[in-house]
Write a protein that binds this ligand. Structure first.
Ligand SMILES: NC(=O)c1ccc[n+]([C@@H]2O[C@H](COP(=O)([O-])OP(=O)(O)OC[C@H]3O[C@@H](n4cnc5c(N)ncnc54)[C@H](O)[C@@H]3O)[C@@H](O)[C@H]2O)c1
Length: 258
């Protein structure tokens, strides 16, 4: 058990990559504080934990709301006395050409993907600094590294997450805190499914046509499972990655190798 009694705080735990990560940490003995804005599916994640359930708590947190984020961090510290691992996973995607992009969608991307990442780290950092250890993993994307058609605004938020992560790694290294990101490629989650469905509707083509295009972006020719991304997150959180900080782990099936 790589994470026996390590305290993990994880955002976006109700779905996709977050849910797979929660399940994997539970199997490896972690104590978890799981959060999401979607309470119903969050509870479902909790129910799915099986052996790790008695060591997990879940709470509704909107990462756009600094007070809620602060409460989550304080809960973890008060209840468990420490935070070992912070996974900044909550995110949203909105797609479309820039000239037609609704401003409220733009605000949502910035508020969740960038400000949410900032708030989640902001309130955890003082505790990490006091402990003089800890590790933070953010969720960037292939979209942080390359352009994707109709994803300009999403790409800008994920490139922002990448820059934030690298700079934060420099600030926190003197405190023995490692900060890294993961960049998934096309991963089979509700987020990607909704992205593909919208593009199919907008272009008037079948879902499977757009799905195939996404599958062919990676040289492995298929989507990742959420578990394949969770494996990378757990690696970065583990002592096996003890010399890694300021790094980005691309789990993209070779998408950015072309
Ligand atoms: N699926 C992919 O292909 C892919 C690729 C690259 C990067 N990512 C990134 O991975 C992360 C997880 O994505 P996923 O594919 O599992 O998506 P998902 O939609 O399945 O899960 C995202 C979770 O974030 C939660 N969330 C959204 N807004 C929130 C808010 N304001 N406060 C708290 N929680 C909120 C949602 O409720 C959901 O449970 C995201 O940051 C995403 O950008 C995903």
């Amino acid at each position: 058990m790589r994470f026996k009694d390590k305290v993990v705080v994880l955002t976006g735990a109700a779905s996709g990559i977050g849910r797979a990560t929660a399940k994997m940490f539970a199997k490896e003995g972690a104590i978890q504080v799981l959060s999401d804005i979607d309470e119903k599916n969050l509870k479902e994640t909790y129910e799915l934990l099986k052996e790790g359930k008695n060591k997990a708590t879940y709470m509704k947190v909107d990462v756009r709301n600094p007070e809620e984020v602060k409460k989550m961090i304080e809960f973890s510290k008060n209840e468990h006395g420490k935070i070992d691992i912070l996974i900044v996973n909550a995110g949203v995607v909105r797609v479309g050409p820039v000239e037609d992009f609704p401003d409220e969608d733009y605000d949502l991307l910035i508020d969740v993907n960038l400000k949410g990442t900032y708030f989640t780290c902001k309130y955890a950092i003082p505790y990490f600094k006091k402990q003089r250890y800890g590790t933070i993993i953010t969720l960037a994307s292939v979209a942080a590294h390359i352009g994707q058609v109709n994803h300009a605004n999403y790409c800008s938020t994920k490139a922002g997450v990448l820059g934030f992560t690298k700079a934060l790694a420099l600030d926190l290294a003197p405190y023995n805190i490692r900060v890294n990101s993961v960049s998934p490629g096309a991963t089979d989650t509700p987020m990607l499914q909704s992205d593909v469905a919208k593009q199919a509707r907008d272009r008037g083509v079948e879902y499977k046509v757009v799905k195939k295009e996404f599958e062919e972006e990676g040289v492995l020719g298929r989507w990742a499972t959420p578990e394949e991304i969770a494996s990378g997150i757990l690696f970065l959180a583990s002592d096996d990655a003890s010399y890694m900080t300021g790094a980005d782990l691309r789990l993209d099936g070779g998408w950015t190798a072309r």
